[in-house]
Design a protein around this ligand. Structure first.
Ligand SMILES: Cc1cc2nc3c(=O)[nH]c(=O)nc-3n(C[C@H](O)[C@H](O)[C@H](O)COP(=O)(O)OP(=O)(O)OC[C@H]3O[C@@H](n4cnc5c(N)ncnc54)[C@H](O)[C@@H]3O)c2cc1C
Length: 461
């Protein structure tokens, strides 16, 4: 056999599974069709880590409750910012029925740190709140993280512990063979004892079909807006308009909020909705508008073919990041029993060090610059990101190979100029580090070439 275990898909779940299984004495590869891992993570670089109090599904709530605990510990371990900002949930329905149900569900699920607050406390917790409400549900647990940084950290540790990440390989077929599987990609054929399929809606032949998750997909309109003067809202704010329609406001950076609006097509007064949460919202402060699919299908592990060596993650959910580490640990337990594996003695449960200038003191920064002058060459003036940080993001295990990969790993290009002054500098550094022509550097995928050719024959671009 080429591998003991093949993990299909390098999304947040695939990376978390690779991390958990890299502790064991087994030969593992992960196959991902993209140039980078976790490439499908939503455009906004911040995710909410839910605690299970908001979920209408008890199964998902319990996964979220376990997930938030694991994520907090993992973020600390791998130095990914975990911001416990809390959330306020308000209800347009004045009967209080929905509010009481959400609260009693949280209590039944044993979620600490969730309570009903009255209007006095509500405006103490969030003095600039524009919405009128007599009561709200306050969860002090709800947090925000950079999901991409967490997924990349999982992947980096897995690589350092011997997992083979096979990027740019698309799985096209899986067949059973004697005591295992043959997985065919667009480039290779691999044999393995166990397949863990984390790819949602794959088009190739799928072994499992016994467990299905009810499809509940909706469109959600996302608006990224610059924070306006007087907007001091610190919490995540969720407003339930009714059982079908809701809005969420998430502070995604120092300067920006994301507003997600989930409303049915026939809901009137859509345009005024964001103003309910953010009073001073103006057309000019809108940075981006996009539509995403919002899924509410329970996520399950289909292990009905585990004896044959096949596990599949089923379902898609708006809290996939929150539940990914709990799903990965459940898969780890199943693999441990099924394959009777032992832990490595030389396992390194640590991410290689990174220098993030915007989180460092002047003295620390100067010490790094004295060791390597490239850390003194600032490439991104909006976010104070140096050439040294960009080079490190490329040279790390499973380093960035695309402009988007550099941006997501370092935070460059996410400032006020939206990358207009640093894009070309990133392209040049990537080309130099990868020994490629600048014309071969892509944004995020194979067909996303940025520079299409020279218009004049200068010696350099
Ligand atoms: C608008 C929006 C907001 C969200 N906000 C939150 C949030 O606040 N909190 C939260 O917890 N979650 C949130 N989610 C959920 C979460 O961001 C995503 O669902 C999840 O991260 C999907 O990304 P992934 O990289 O894990 O991709 P997945 O789709 O789960 O990963 C599958 C991977 O498999 C690869 N692949 C596909 N086909 C093949 C093939 N044939 N061969 C090899 N590889 C293949 C893909 O390239 C991909 O990398 C949100 C989702 C959306 C849409």
């Amino acid at each position: 056999m080429d591998y003991d275990v093949l993990i299909l898909g390098g999304g947040i779940i695939g990376c978390a599974v690779a991390y958990e299984l890299s502790k064991y004495n087994i030969n593992i590869a992960l196959i991902e069709k993209g140039y980078d891992v976790a490439n499908d993570i939503s455009f906004a670089n911040t995710a909410v880590v839910y605690d299970g109090s908001e979920s209408s599904s008890s199964k998902m709530a319990l996964l979220e409750k376990r997930g938030i605990d694991i994520i907090r510990k993992h973020c600390k371990k791998v130095n990914v910012r975990y911001n416990k900002i809390g959330s306020l949930r308000l209800f347009l329905d004045e009967s209080g029925e929905l509010l009481n149900k959400v609260y009693s569900d949280s209590m039944e699920r044993g979620i600490d740190g969730v309570r009903i607050i009255d209007s006095d406390e509500l405006y103490n917790v969030e003095p600039s709140l524009n919405l009128k409400a007599n009561k709200a549900i306050y969860s002090e647990n709800t947090s925000i993280i950079s999901p991409y940084n967490l997924a990349v950290s999982y992947a980096e540790i897995a690589v350092d512990n011997g997992v083979n990440f096979r990027l740019e390989e698309e799985v096209i077929d899986i067949k059973t063979i004697s005591k295992g599987f043959r997985v065919t990609t667009n480039k290779n054929k691999f044999t393995c004892k166990l397949v863990i399929n984390t790819i949602p809606n794959e088009s190739f032949n799928d072994m499992c079909g016994n467990v299905t998750s009810e499809m509940k997909n909706k469109k959600v309109k996302c608006i990224i807006v610059k924070k306006s003067i007087g907007d001091n809202l610190k919490k995540i704010i969720i407003e339930d308009i009714d059982e079908e329609n809701s809005m969420i406001k998430v502070p995604i950076s120092e300067n920006e909020n994301l507003i997600g609006i989930k409303i049915s097509d026939n809901f009137s007064a859509k345009l005024e909705l964001p103003e309910r949460i953010l009073k001073n919202i103006k057309k000019e402060s809108i940075v981006n508008i996009f539509t995403e699919v919002y899924s509410e299908n329970d996520m399950l592990i289909d292990d009905s073919n585990l004896e044959a060596g096949y596990i599949k993650v089923v379902g898609n959910h708006y809290a996939k990041i929150s539940v990914a580490p709990a799903i990965a640990q459940d898969i780890e337990k199943k693999v441990k029993v099924s394959m009777n594996i032992t832990k490595k003695k030389d396992y390194i449960d640590k991410k290689r060090e990174t220098y993030i200038f915007r989180e460092m003191t002047k003295d620390q920064i100067n010490r790094i610059i004295s060791l390597d002058k490239r850390y003194g060459n600032i490439i991104c003036n909006c976010n104070n990101i140096s050439e040294g940080e960009i080079i490190d993001s490329i040279r790390r295990p499973l380093g960035a190979r695309t402009v988007e990969g550099v941006k997501r790993r370092t935070g460059i290009g996410l400032g006020n100029c939206n990358g207009s002054s640093c894009n070309i500098k990133i392209i040049k550094i990537l080309a130099r580090e990868m020994d490629k022509s600048v014309l071969d550097i892509v944004d995020d995928s194979m067909d996303s070439q940025i520079l299409v050719g020279r218009i004049k024959e200068f010696n350099e671009i």
